[in-house]
Design a protein around this ligand. Structure first.
Ligand code: PFF
Length: 460
């Protein structure tokens, strides 16, 4: 009943490669694009505090739970959940959580690919030398001009999806693994360099105050929900991306240790991104609540001012695109693995089917910032923002909630303990188990109730 399955898709060649691939999934536009602008829009350090709390109390336990499910099931999230449920004698309807993840993946990747396209466009602009001596007004104009130009947005979105498709269709991640090994450290160093640059600017003090002096009065249900959604988004949790990567993790590697590295590297990158970007925002007199254009407006200004800025700009935006690609792959993988398993079809066909579907939804997102800006799906939000809100703030936390409940309450503790190999760390195991059973679900439910105003209603 509890026999070890092997993955039909192959395995990572080592635990280190898993950490790298999962860090590649986690570190992406969520850290460098989404985190800074959410901090800006949600009042600065109070948001950062809530985000860190969500990472620790909700993200870390669910990360371990997802990898455990993946390695136990060794299939796409849909089939892993179904097989584990069958082994454990519980309803196979749990596979629906995997389906929900596929839907969330499609929605996220569609707007993610649009932003990935912006990154590629900015790499090209850097190459043309467009940033040299650029003023803050011109940088704002460049971004607004891009977003308003539907055909250009579609062109770069298409290019991003084609790159992603070619990588995922190839299946074997050898080339990619090598690229990530080289490029992720480079991204990290470049970010450190930008932080050092930020320290020399006059806005640094203001940025530190903004990031580290919490004004708790700005916290409301919406800020809570945004912090929770960001914790899931940035760690790639709640939709099966980490689960499917866990399915390819060799048996002998430690799940908690790997998870600790992934969460640590991801959080550090987000904080560094904040430290790199806000000094510039304040130095050049931009608004922190600028919204989704924040990095695309601030960084060109720096690259336009500093020595070797053009070269650094090219490298940075290429790396941003690479970070987006390594995350995008993991958004695609659960669905592609499922299609490949189900229809015995080739990976190429599965990847092509998903890529076309996502391209279409992505095209609607891209157009929703210009020609279709009047269309709202979620009240008051255009298509792009609606998909982000529904997927990141609702579907991901809901997916995580179900995963926590399934691992914490539905699977026998012995099964989980065996997969986590907890012999020498009994107390740490218990800590994780209760965090998964109670703390993480309670936090998600509390934040949901709070955001919908139900909490206020219940407490009178
Ligand atoms: N974690 C990625 C980022 O921060 O950019 C985005 C992401 C990847 C979200 C995979 C969800 C996911 F399943």
């Amino acid at each position: 009943m509890n026999e070890k399955r092997s993955s039909v898709h192959g395995e990572w060649s080592s635990g280190l490669i898993f950490i790298l691939a999962a860090t590649g999934s986690a570190v992406g536009l969520g850290n460098l694009w989404r985190f800074p602008y959410l901090v800006g829009e949600n009042g600065g350090s109070a948001f950062v505090l809530l985000y860190l709390a969500c990472i620790l109390l909700v993200g870390m336990p669910i990360m371990i739970a997802e990898v455990t499910l993946g390695r136990k099931g060794r299939r796409s999230p849909i089939n892993s959940l179904r097989l584990i449920a069958r082994d454990e004698g519980v309803s196979q309807q749990w596979a629906l959580v995997g389906w929900m993840g596929v839907v969330a993946g499609v929605l996220i990747l569609s707007f993610y690919s649009v932003v990935g396209g912006w990154s590629l466009f900015y790499g090209f602009e850097a190459l043309k030398g467009s940033f040299v001596g650029i003023s803050s007004d011109e940088a704002t104009g460049l971004f607004e001009g891009l977003v308003a130009d539907g055909p250009t947005v579609l062109l770069w979105h298409t290019l991003f999806m084609v790159i992603l498709f070619s990588i995922v269709a190839a299946g074997v991640k050898k080339g990619l693994q090598r690229a990530v090994t080289l490029l992720m450290p480079l991204l990290f160093f470049l970010l450190l360099g930008l932080v050092v640059y930020g320290m020399t600017t006059e806005g640094f003090g203001e940025a530190i105050t903004f990031l580290a002096t919490p004004d708790l009065s700005v916290i409301d249900g919406g800020v809570f929900l945004a912090a929770l959604g960001q914790a899931f988004f940035t760690l790639s949790l709640g939709m099966g991306a980490i689960m499917v990567y866990g399915a390819y993790l060799p048996q002998q590697n430690s799940i908690p240790v790997s998870s600790g590295w992934i969460v640590g590297m991801d959080t550090l990158t987000a904080l560094l991104a904040g430290l790199a970007i806000f000094p510039i925002v304040f130095s050049v007199g931009l608004e922190p609540g600028e919204g989704p254009g924040l990095v695309f407006v601030t960084l060109p200004i720096v690259f336009g001012e500093i020595p070797l800025g053009t070269l650094l700009g090219i490298v940075f935006f290429i790396l941003l695109s690479v970070a987006a690609i390594t995350s995008g792959m993991s958004l695609l993988e659960p669905a592609v693995a499922y299609l490949t398993e189900s229809f015995g079809g080739s990976r190429v066909k599965s990847a092509a089917t998903m890529a076309v579907l996502i391209w279409l939804v992505g095209a609607a997102c891209g157009l929703s910032l210009n020609a279709w800006s009047d269309i709202t799906l979620w009240p008051g939000k255009n298509i792009f923002d609606s998909l982000d809100h529904v997927a990141s703030n609702i579907l991901l936390p809901l997916g995580g909630l179900f995963v926590a409940f399934f691992v914490g309450w539905k699977i026998r503790t012995n099964t989980v303990a065996a997969e986590l190999d907890t012999h020498n760390h009994h107390y740490l195991f218990l800590l994780w188990l209760w965090a998964t059973r109670v703390i993480a679900p309670a936090a998600v439910i509390f934040i949901f109730l709070n955001a919908t105003g139900l909490l206020a209603l219940i407490s009178g």
